[in-house]
Write a protein that binds this ligand. Structure first.
Ligand code: SAH
Ligand code: SF4
Ligand code: F3S
Length: 467
């Protein structure tokens, strides 16, 4: 059952300003762009600010604490803008989307009755209808179902409302069936759904035709992707990556976020076989203690993770690794934390994200008896980040003097500067012409900081011009 409204061409419609505020993961960034696409046929075009916009969407994240309070404080600010617009004789449609909307939709309408639309991550293809209903009803519209139809089957294929850039996200999988005991995602995003390969490949080709040179495949559990293949069989992610690797002019492919227990043999082999697949992998481990990993319901032990890293590095010697860590999970002892530090030393991460455990309503860990005191969590986080920060600086410093292929993604901060990413996902700045944007060029790395590299074109720009 599709509830989509047929919408006519935008030609005669007034141009309406749409401002989207995006918090959370890359998937929310992808969703925000798709919401803009879905609303474009109604005449909505991107507006740089909420002030004066005809519609504002707040796309929210629920992963760690204060998420809800942050939403209400932002809504308070948007309410004043909405009222100012009404006083000026206009109207601002205010929508709350994303994972807080999914988890706390009713609460949002109760505490912020001036909100017009509340929608979950799986229903935004119905936005045109919601906008029409909100205009008619005078009251709020809420749609946080997990609908039987997939939103991906209802997204417009025409040129997107937003410019594509050099690197683009492409959601291939959504939702999560893993139920790690600390995590809200299985509740906010629902069960795992994989898009069919044909639809993904078509979207990838459209992106490349618009100038995209790097595609980042997205999924809450992207390596659990198992979609219908173009040959009618069931494909795994390795097969999809191989098919994407055949698209001419698609220079780089990455995928995120992966779960260690879904890292299959053929996906490991893809790192050796597919030249476009970047030698960079974000593979969250969360903890190095088997006791804590079991309590977290992570379905693997520390040794399994280390073995996996070994096999990945055997496939691709220069593979750079990134991970996520949680410190202070309920019951985490000093010895458990020491095991996490040992895993970090044994692995050598090129970068990582780390968080204090944050109890999330409705998740099993939130009500576990042995919560770790806040001060202890803070102290462990500082120790962990120091260890990870050292590894990141060492990894960056080791590139000095090397020639790396850098995919140029845009202009730099200063006049004459351009910037891009190394194969290992490090930001690189250099002097060079903007004409190089979208190209992969050789760069000699001359300096390395904690978070980025500096370099110069190789060969030098004059030789480049002659080449
Ligand atoms: N699907 C991915 C990412 C989930 S959210 C995965 O399986 O790894 C991104 C990161 O947020 C997680 O990897 C975890 O490190 C962190 N996170 C999730 N829930 C959290 C919580 N309740 N407290 C602290 N960090 C959390
Ligand atoms: Fe959350 Fe675990 Fe699913 Fe990742 S795998 S989204 S951490 S439940
Ligand atoms: Fe946040 Fe939802 Fe992403 S909770 S991390 S926006 S899946």
């Amino acid at each position: 059952m599709s509830t989509l409204n047929p919408v006519s061409a935008p030609a005669a419609r007034p141009r309406l300003g749409l401002h989207v505020i995006t918090w959370g993961c890359q998937m929310n960034a992808y969703d925000s762009a798709r919401m803009a696409d879905v609303l474009a046929p109604l005449g909505y075009a991107p507006a740089a600010a909420a002030d004066g916009a005809d519609m504002v969407i707040l796309n929210t994240c629920h992963i760690r604490e204060h998420a809800t309070e942050k939403v209400f404080s932002e809504l308070g600010r948007l309410r004043s803008l909405k009222e100012a617009r009404a006083r000026a004789g206009g109207r601002m449609v205010l929508a709350v989307a994303g994972c807080v909307a999914q988890a706390e939709g009713e609460e949002i309408l109760r505490r912020a009755p001036y909100v017009d639309i509340v929608l979950g991550p799986q229903t935004y293809h119905r936005l045109p209808e919601m906008v029409a209903r909100a205009a008619r009803a005078g009251g709020a519209v809420i749609d946080t179902e997990f609908p039987p139809e997939s939103k991906f089957d209802h997204l417009p294929e025409a040129a997107s409302a937003s410019p594509a850039g050099v690197s683009a996200f492409l959601s291939v999988q959504e939702g999560c069936d893993k139920f790690c005991s600390f995590c809200v995602v299985p509740y906010t995003r629902g069960a795992e759904v994989s898009r069919p390969a044909a639809s993904i490949l078509a979207e990838a080709r459209r992106l490349v035709a618009r100038g995209v040179r790097e595609i980042v495949l997205l999924g809450q559990n992207v390596n659990a992707w198992h979609g219908e293949g173009v040959d009618g069989g069931v494909w795994g992610l390795a097969r999809l990556i191989a098919a994407l690797g055949e698209i001419p002019a698609l220079t780089r492919i990455r995928y995120t976020t992966s779960h260690p227990s879904d890292m299959t043999d053929d996906l490991i082999a893809a790192h050796a076989r597919v030249p476009a697949l970047a030698p960079f992998l974000h593979l969250p481990v969360q903890s190095g203690s088997d006791r804590i990993l079991a309590a977290m319901n992570r379905r693997h032990r520390a040794a399994d993770y280390l073995r996996l890293i070994e096999r990945l590095r055997a496939a691709r010697g220069d593979l750079a690794l990134s991970s996520d860590f949680i410190v202070g999970y309920p019951g985490e002892s000093a010895a458990d934390f020491a095991a996490t530090l040992a895993l970090i030393r044994a692995t050598d991460f090129a970068q990582a994200f780390s968080f204090k455990y944050s109890p999330r309503p409705g998740t099993p860990a939130a009500t576990a008896p042995n919560q770790v005191p806040e001060a202890e969590k803070a102290a462990r986080l500082a120790t962990l980040q120091e260890a990870l920060g050292t590894q990141q600086r060492d990894f960056n410093a080791a590139t000095i003097g090397r020639i790396l292929p850098v995919l140029i993604t845009g202009r730099g901060r200063h006049e004459g500067q351009i910037g891009g990413r190394s194969p290992y996902f490090q930001p690189v700045h250099l002097n060079g012409p903007a004409a190089l944007i979208g190209r992969e060029v050789d760069v000699v790395i001359t300096a390395a900081g904690a978070n980025s590299l500096a370099g110069r074109l190789h060969p030098a720009p004059e030789e480049f011009a002659r080449a």
